[in-house]
Design a protein around this ligand. Structure first.
Ligand code: HEM
Length: 446
């Protein structure tokens, strides 16, 4: 859309430095910076990341304009996310052509289809049972560390099968950690730079490739069939009838695991912390979960669908603490929104962190309210994005968090160790999570 008549420049956020613009402030905490940008400039806020003009677009109308724009001709996700290419490898996702990337995403959606969810729910429930078997009657946990370890097990087991899960070592989790640490503002500026974090990222990716390819090889040798993600990728064909090339399978696995690992573990950690600091809902939550067990329900997918207060907690957690805070698209053709115009090469950013704090959409936005009614407009509540690139793992992500929380609440009561204000949104990378080392105390329920 272009409108040559009434064009105005978007307002620039204050505080830009001559050389680096807002880069340092953004880097210190992207979500806090974006919140300041919106408070100062409103719906359309321009900022400068070391010479790259970015525009934060906030509010349902602005977000709709971005998520509905044709990709890749008008706005391109691939151009904005090139810093992810070294994380998954060439030929994968934004390191592939647009057509190939769309086919790969379709394969992922196949593996995530609803029919698989019941099986995934059973696997997750078993992992949680095993995990909590050693907890005893009471104790303390480091919430983030616990969920990183647990979600690594649940996702690896459900997506990559029991054999791979059985071989899971600490090494695997460590490698993922190295990949996440490299998704940083520095990497956005120079994805192929020579910093230590980027070197570690490249070594980690190479090692993960090796581990997954070894699993593929073993499956081919044994001829055994599995009902999991690796199998889906091994059996899948592209639109032209060719099989998905084998050398791309590790990249696909790393991509899907990466898409789900830190998003789900950080959301689980924040959800448990919100239980612990909003204890006024605890009795209601426990009664709800007990109701499911009493009616003879296991943690099957069917019963997982009907836990309204627990779901309210998770959706409210995702509103206030969305793990992905900077959803970006690069302008490929001059693009107009209302009276503003954006140039080819600008980056448009939608931030769930900011979008979910607009008071006209979410009255009293900072208040945690698990009974809050979420807006019907699909472009207003965006923890999973919106439009053609909306998260394909959405249902699986929610399923994971729900099953884990359900299992925990049925056994234990939780309270915070330390003052609630010590638990904050931190961003050591571009992924938001709670303060490292935040702890809760658990006590077995009578
Ligand atoms: C709480 C959990 C999750 C959150 C908050 C989340 C969030 C998101 C968001 C915001 C996007 C859109 C990015 C954009 O528009 O630029 C996205 C895309 C994606 N997510 Fe998730 N995600 C979660 C879980 C998962 C899981 C479990 C998987 C896979 C197992 C997954 C796989 C993907 C993939 C493959 C895409 C790219 C889709 C495309 O480009 O068409 N996510 N996710």
């Amino acid at each position: 859309m272009s409108n040559p008549v009434s064009r105005i420049e978007p307002k620039m956020v204050s505080g830009a430095k001559p050389e680096t613009g807002h880069f340092e402030e953004f880097m210190a905490h992207p979500a806090f910076f974006l919140l300041r940008a919106w408070r100062e400039c409103g719906e359309v806020a321009a900022f400068d990341l070391a010479g790259q003009r970015n525009i934060l677009m906030t509010g349902p109308a602005a977000q709709e304009a971005v998520f509905r724009a044709p990709d890749p001709t008008v706005l391109s996700a691939a151009a904005a996310y090139q810093y992810m290419v070294p994380v998954f490898g060439q030929g994968i996702q934004y390191g592939a052509t647009f057509e190939m990337e769309r086919q790969q995403t379709k394969l992922m959606a196949t593996a995530m289809r609803a029919a698989r969810m019941k099986g995934y729910a059973d696997i997750i429930a078993k992992e949680v049972d095993d995990w909590m078997a050693s907890w005893g009657d009471e104790g303390e946990i480091d919430v983030l560390a616990v969920f990183e370890a647990l979600v690594l097990r649940t996702s690896t087991h459900s997506l990559m099968g029991s054999d791979f899960r059985a071989k899971l070592t600490d090494e695997f989790g460590g490698l993922y950690h190295e990949l996440e640490s490299a998704v940083s503002p520095e990497a956005m500026l120079d994805p192929h730079g020579s910093g230590d974090a980027l070197k570690r990222r490249d070594r980690a990716r190479a090692r993960l490739q090796e581990l997954v390819l070894a699993e593929v090889e073993e499956r081919k040798q044994s001829g055994r069939q599995y009902d999991d993600m690796i199998d889906t990728f091994m059996q899948s064909t592209l639109d032209d009838g060719r099989k998905l090339p084998e050398h791309l399978i590790p990249g696909m696995v790393v991509w899907i695991m990466f898409g789900g690992f830190h998003t789900s573990s950080n959301t689980s950690a924040w959800t448990l912390l919100e239980f612990a600091r909003n204890r006024q809902y605890m009795a209601e939550l426990m009664a709800e979960v007990d109701g499911i067990y009493k009616s003879g329900g296991d943690l099957s997918y069917a019963s997982l669908r009907e836990i309204p207060l627990l779901e309210g907690f998770i959706y409210e957690t995702l509103r206030l603490h969305p793990p992905l805070c900077t959803l970006a698209r690069q302008v490929m053709q001059p693009f107009t929104f209302k009276e503003y115009t954006f140039n080819v090469g600008d980056t448009l950013v939608c931030s769930p962190y900011v979008a979910h704090r607009v008071p006209e959409v979410y009255p009293d936005p900072e208040r945690f309210d698990p009974h809050r009614k979420l807006p019907d407009n699909p472009f207003a509540y965006i923890p999973f994005g919106a439009g053609m690139r909306k998260c394909v793992g959405n249902a699986f992500g929610i399923l994971q968090v729900k099953s884990v929380m359900c299992a925990m609440l049925s056994r234990y009561d939780f309270e915070l160790v330390g003052p609630p204000e010590d638990v904050r949104d931190v961003m050591p990378s571009l992924i938001l999570r709670p303060t490292e080392g935040a702890r809760v105390r658990y006590r077995r329920r009578r």
